[in-house]
Ligand binder design. Structure first.
Ligand code: SF4
Length: 442
């Protein structure tokens, strides 16, 4: 993003206030902080708009493939380190399907990949894309496998082929799904770019021996009119991958070098090394990883790692405050309360479920903080708990007179009892103590 002074140079300097700011400089400062839009000034010249658009383009281009709600967005990242702000577009995971498989096996494999789903802290984790590989060298087999994969699931597709002719035949069948065409290199660039341009698909570049050659390849692709590019740096080892991806991110974000400012694809292969490549890609700047094969057991830690890296460090994952019945809670069952920090909620919920004792769980809005943090920050007070009881009509809905509080914040038990008018019972300090505690609660 250009600085306020750089933006100011392109503004009309009328100081007329029509943008709702008193001066052009004030408006430029708001633009530099992304708090205003250039369209708010009606007097910017076309040259000014073009100059500002070019300089304010994201350092890494946003590239989409797939269609509808499942479409995958890659790139548009602005940071080197997550703690500086956040990473925006989580690394997508694709699993490969060979066109040498019989049609029904293609369908079966795609359905199996699609069905891998894990629930964690209220989010569903799974694979994002299917990569169909042209292993047969037969145009009709490749096209048929691509069509079969497309009809078996709604996941975005990556079509992998080094042949522009076979790519054209297959991609034409699913162009409406906007697949990513992967396989353009120095030898086939013009023909592959022509296919991508004609069908309106993004294209992944591969086969460059170093970053200079990749920048050259990207420049040639861009010269054909293609903007939506993805880079496969062809890293042979984890060390190469780390170095290559880090250099591309730094050149793009710090030096604003647009020649390599595209999302990165990692073709991970299979086995333990593939899992490590996937993990490295999540941590260090990979936008799309293709696995030849990966088991559910190998995938789960990858999904969890991705979930952790791509949450906003300034915004904890939260659940909706309210009153929830657990284990078929009915009238008279005790109410336990906790905060709406997602990890806390799901831990407490699991422990109540484990007890098999019917109970109500009151989730108090603590702005996503855990129990002790919220208590220390004044976000979990007797007044706030009572407000949560009232706004969820907890007493009326549960018919309960017993309120169980986390043992960690027992200090507020007296005041809470006084304000709530309920029998307040101090629960265990650790959530793991809940099953035993509930079984003994009378
Ligand atoms: Fe300046 Fe345009 Fe705002 Fe007028 S509307 S003050 S010309 S930026």
């Amino acid at each position: 993003m250009p600085t306020a002074i750089e933006i100011f140079k392109h503004l009309p300097k009328k100081n007329c206030g029509k943008c709702n700011y008193p001066t052009c400089l004030a408006f430029a400062m708001q633009l530099a902080n992304s708090k205003a839009k250039l369209e708010d000034c009606p007097f910017v010249s076309e040259e000014g708009k073009a100059a500002l658009a070019a300089s304010s383009a994201p350092p890494i281009r946003l590239v989409r493939f797939g269609s509808g709600q499942r479409a995958i967005e890659m790139g548009d990242e602005t940071e080197i380190y997550r703690h500086e702000k956040k990473f925006f577009h989580p690394t997508a995971f694709a699993v490969a399907v060979s066109d040498q498989l019989p049609k029904d096996e293609v369908r079966g494999r795609v359905e199996a990949i699609r069905s891998v789903r894990f629930e964690r802290v209220g989010q569903t984790l799974g694979f994002d894309s299917i990569a169909v590989k042209d292993d047969s060298g037969d145009p009709s087999k490749f096209a048929s496998a691509v069509e079969e994969a497309a009809s078996a699931c709604d996941l975005p597709l990556v079509l992998v082929s080094s042949s522009p002719e076979r790519m054209k035949v297959a991609a034409s069948k699913v162009a409406a799904r906007r697949p990513l065409l992967y396989g353009a290199d120095q030898r086939n660039l013009a023909e592959m770019a022509s296919v991508a341009r004609t069908l309106g698909c993004p294209m992944a570049l591969t086969g460059a021996k170093d970053l200079n050659e990749m920048a050259d390849l990207a420049a040639k692709a861009k010269a054909t009119g293609l903007e939506d590019l993805v880079l496969d740096l062809g890293s042979k080892s984890l060390k190469d991958q780390l170095e290559g991806c880090s250099k591309v991110r730094k050149l793009s974000v710090k030096k604003l070098f647009r020649g390599l400012g595209y999302p990165i694809l990692v073709d991970a292969g299979k086995g333990e090394e593939a899992v490590l490549k996937g993990m490295l890609a999540v941590m260090k700047y990979g936008s799309l990883v293709i696995f030849d094969d990966i088991s559910e057991a190998q995938a789960l830690p990858l999904f969890v790692l991705r979930q952790n890296i791509y949450t906003d460090p300034q915004v904890p994952i939260q659940v909706k405050p309210g009153l929830y019945p657990v284990n078929g809670a009915k009238e008279g069952a005790p109410i336990l309360f906790t905060t709406n920090f997602s990890l806390t909620y799901f831990t407490v919920l699991a422990d109540i479920e484990k007890s098999k004792v019917p109970a109500w769980l009151l989730v108090v809005d603590s702005e996503g903080l855990s129990v002790m943090t919220a208590f220390s920050a004044g976000k979990l007070t007797p007044e706030i708990v009572v407000k949560a009881l009232e706004s969820s009509a907890a007493k009326e809905r549960s018919g309960s007179e017993v309120l169980v509080m986390p043992g960690m914040v027992s200090r507020m038990s007296g005041k809470l009892q006084e304000l709530s008018g309920m029998r307040v019972v101090v629960g265990p300090k650790e959530s793991s103590g809940i099953p035993k505690f509930l079984k003994n609660l009378s």
